[in-house]
Design a protein around this ligand. Structure first.
Ligand code: GH3
Ligand code: MG
Ligand code: MG
Length: 319
């Protein structure tokens, strides 16, 4: 597909002349009425703009500013026929962010070279942007499960917690720990264990809402934040998760292996927790309670729970 080039000049003969010279290589969008430039630009996918500087009602600099505000990656080449001071308009144009500045009469060869260079620069910038976004994605993602890693999650959960705290909205946290996972590794090998973690990550991605935060918190632990989720919602989601995990069959074993998970949940409402860390800690305590209750079950945190567990050291509960 040819790149789309918008050409605007109040002199129709110039627009026609440039269109003829460039039509072989580019999809030309001619604008004869400068006032229509911005509406045409916003309604059409344009890769590059060529604009006269001096036009009635709208200058080339106005076009440049509007184009860059709408999409900084679209390059603009300015043209002018004025000659009183040859260098000043060029300096102004380039300082304002134009890719290039050409004097009339325009040489088509020179213009083609400028367009080629502008589009190459645009491609390079797009590629840099894509690589940068990919790096950010990788830095935020757990490579095995594709969920948020702990570092990224910590930032996300702060924001969600602050929002819920400020507006006194509910927010629930589920902490899920796979039961007897060490045995899976011991019996079927570490790669099989990795497959289990990977599949559970996919299941969480599939069954939970995109607005829920999903994180691989540690080795075989996952944490989920349900924004706007009250205790009832949390309990429904946790039970649904517990069931779909237990149902999943892992075919690397014969007969297929089933794993289970213990889930702890805690709900922040009416400012009962003062930080995200406290909320997660409460869900962790509830998860340990689920382990104590025989595993493969869901337990909710309640205000006195910490005291109830004090007689047993946490490490002992974790086995
Ligand atoms: P519990 O029911 O009490 O949670 O028992 P558990 O065996 O699941 O818990 P434990 O904490 O004793 O063992 C966790 C195991 O998870 C040990 C560790 O080797 C394994 N693990 C942690 N991270 C990974 C990983 O990335 N891949 C694999 N395959 N195993 C992992
Ligand atoms: Mg664990
Ligand atoms: Mg475990």
């Amino acid at each position: 597909m040819k790149p789309a080039v918008l050409i605007v000049d109040d002199d129709p003969s110039i627009v026609r002349m440039l269109e003829m010279g460039l039509a072989e290589d580019y999809e030309i969008v001619p604008v004869f009425e400068p006032a229509q430039t911005l509406s045409v630009f916003s309604e059409t996918a344009i890769d590059l703009v060529i604009s006269d500087i001096k036009m009635p009602g709208l200058s080339g600099f106005d076009v440049l500013r509007a184009v860059k505000a709408a999409n900084p990656l679209v390059e603009v080449i300015l043209l002018t026929g004025e000659l009183p001071d040859r260098s000043q308009p060029a300096v102004d144009a380039l300082q304002s962010g134009a890719h290039d500045y050409l004097m009339k009469p325009v040489s088509i060869r020179r213009l083609k070279a400028a367009i080629h260079q502008a589009l190459s620069r645009q491609q390079q910038q797009l590629e840099d942007k894509r690589k940068f976004q990919e790096l950010i994605r990788q830095a935020n993602t757990d490579f095995l499960t594709g969920l948020s890693n702990r570092h990224h999650f910590q930032k996300q959960v702060q924001l969600e917690f602050e929002r819920s705290y400020r507006y006194e909205r509910s927010l629930s946290c589920l902490l899920l720990d796979i039961d007897d996972f060490k045995k899976v590794n011991d019996e079927f090998g570490h790669c099989a264990g990795d497959q289990v973690l990977q599949r559970l990550g996919q299941l969480l991605g599939k069954y939970l809402r995109s607005s829920d935060l999903k994180c691989r918190f540690g080795g075989e632990e996952f944490v989920i934040i349900l924004p706007e989720g009250n205790a009832e919602v949390a309990s429904t989601v946790a039970e649904k998760m517990r069931r779909f995990i237990a149902k999943e069959a892992f075919e690397f074993a014969d007969p297929p292996l089933h794993v289970t998970a213990s889930i702890g949940m805690a709900t922040s409402e009416r400012r009962n927790f003062s930080s995200a860390e406290e909320l997660i800690r409460a869900a962790d305590l509830a998860m340990l309670q689920a382990k104590r209750s025989g595993r493969n079950c869901v337990r909710a945190h309640y205000p006195g729970m910490r005291a109830g567990l004090q007689d047993l050291p946490i490490m002992a509960l974790r086995r």
